[in-house]
Design a protein around this ligand. Structure first.
Ligand code: PRP
Length: 179
C-alpha cells in the first residue's frame, strides 16, 4: 500500500516558530547557564536550528537516545534509555530537553524522569510539535512550537521507517486508496 505526503507546515512557518521559541528561552535563561539535551534521533534538525537562533550563551549540548519496544510500548508505557549524558553534565545544571514531537508522552516522560536522577537545578521541556490526541502519560511542555492533529507526521527530522527526516517542511502521511 502506498502513501501520499501531504504538506502541513512550511519551512517559513518553522523558521518563525523556532525564532519565537529561541526568544522565549533567551528571556527565561538570560542569567543562567543553559544545558540543552536533544532526544535522538528526531530532534537533531530542530536542535541545530534552535541553537543558531539563541542569543544567550549555551553552557553545553548533550544528547539522549531512548528505545521503545514497538507495540508493547502501548501496554508497558515504558521506553528504555539507550544513551544518556554523563551525570556530571546534568547535576546542578539548568536543563532544557529538546524534543521534535510529544505523542504518547512515554519517550519524553521517561527522559525527564531519568534526568531527575542526576539532580539538575531545573528541567524544562521544549517540543516543536505536540500531538495531544495520543497522549498516554501527562507531560508538561514549557516551550511549544505547534499543536498537531492525530496524523502521521514526517519531515524536519521526523521519520517513517527512517525515511523523510531530510525534508525541510513538515508533512503527514496519508494512505493511498486504490481503485
Ligand atoms: C519519536 C519522536 C519522539 C517520540 C515521541 O521518536 O522523535 O522522541 O517518538 O513519541 P511518544 O511521545 O509516543 O513517546 P522515535 O522513538 O520514533 O525515535 P527517533 O527519534 O529515533 O525517530
Amino acid at each position: 500500500m502506498g502513501r501520499n505526503l501531504i504538506h502541513l507546515i512550511s519551512q517559513a512557518e518553522i523558521v518563525s516558530t523556532v525564532r519565537r521559541l529561541a526568544r522565549e528561552l533567551d528571556r527565561d535563561y538570560q542569567d543562567r547557564s543553559l544545558v540543552l539535551v536533544g532526544i535522538l534521533k528526531g530532534s537533531f534538525i530542530f536542535l541545530a536550528d534552535l541553537v543558531r537562533e539563541l542569543n544567550i550563551p549555551i553552557k553545553n549540548i548533550e544528547f539522549m537516545r531512548l528505545s521503545s519496544y514497538g507495540s508493547s510500548t502501548v501496554s508497558s508505557g515504558k521506553a528504555t534509555i539507550a544513551m544518556s549524558p554523563p551525570a556530571k553534565a546534568i547535576a546542578g545544571k539548568d536543563i532544557v530537553v529538546v524534543e521534535d514531537i510529544v505523542d504518547t508522552g512515554i519517550t519524553t516522560d521517561t527522559a525527564l524522569r531519568y534526568l531527575q536522577n542526576f539532580q539538575p537545578a531545573s528541567v524544562k521541556l521544549c517540543a516543536l510539535l505536540d500531538k495531544p490526541a495520543r497522549r498516554q502519560v501527562s507531560v508538561q511542555i514549557d516551550y511549544l512550537g505547534f499543536t498537531v492533529m492525530d496524523l502521521f507526521i514526517v519531515g524536519y527530522g521526523i521519520d517513517f521507517d527512517q525515511k523523510y527526516r531530510q525534508l525541510p517542511d513538515i508533512y503527514y502521511l496519508e494512505e493511498k486508496s486504490h481503485g
